[in-house]
Design a protein around this ligand. Structure first.
Ligand code: ZN
Length: 185
């Protein structure tokens, strides 16, 4: 396979892994040094992505990667997060063993993962992929995210208000009271 960055015809394999029914190879271009991934299926079946207008296009990990990378641009994510995300999705797609996958399914898979990873990246991806035409839909999505975030962060941010030694008798007493009440019933 030619290098997707410079078109050079030769590359060396730096890592290869069995993935379900195929082999995933990490390659380095001997021309420009860029790294890219190839996937070889043992049954030589290609995975096709069915677009909204029913056109079919061969699945491209690089395209997937580009979309995710754009959404995650300048976000404080650990190195390798984006690649890992693309890897996970690619592996899951091939694992399903289907010949065709609707692009919407892949989009949902990305959104689901970005949602738990980084909300800004999620909103960026969603606004491109879901094509939020009106601001109300986007606001609804943001509100859902924010209320979920508030629920999660509340208990941890409230705890340090009291020192542990003062907090403990309070919680113990509370617990005892609740146990008594339960016994009576
Ligand atoms: Zn190259």
């Amino acid at each position: 396979m030619n290098c997707p960055y410079c078109g050079h015809h030769d590359s060396k394999v730096i890592d290869s892994r069995d993935v379900n029914e195929g082999i995933r190879r990490r390659r380095q271009c001997l021309g420009c040094g860029s790294r890219f991934t190839t996937y070889e299926r043992l049954q030589s079946a290609t995975l096709f992505v069915v677009k909204k207008d029913r056109r079919r296009e061969e699945f491209s990990r690089d395209k997937l990667l580009t979309g995710i990378r754009k959404a995650c641009e300048k976000r404080p994510l650990p190195t390798g997060t984006v690649d890992k995300l693309a890897d996970d999705i690619e592996a899951e797609l091939y694992h399903q063993g289907k010949a065709e996958i609707p692009s919407a399914v892949i989009g949902d898979m990305v959104m689901e993962r970005l949602k738990s990873l980084d909300h800004i990246a999620y909103i960026r991806f969603a606004s491109v992929y879901r094509d939020f035409t009106d601001i109300t839909t986007l606001k609804q999505e943001l509100d859902t995210l924010l209320s979920a975030e508030a629920k999660v962060s509340h208990p941890t941010s409230q705890l340090p208000l009291l020192p542990d030694d003062r907090l403990e008798p309070l919680t113990k007493g509370h617990r005892r009271g609740r146990m008594k009440a339960r016994v009576k019933r």
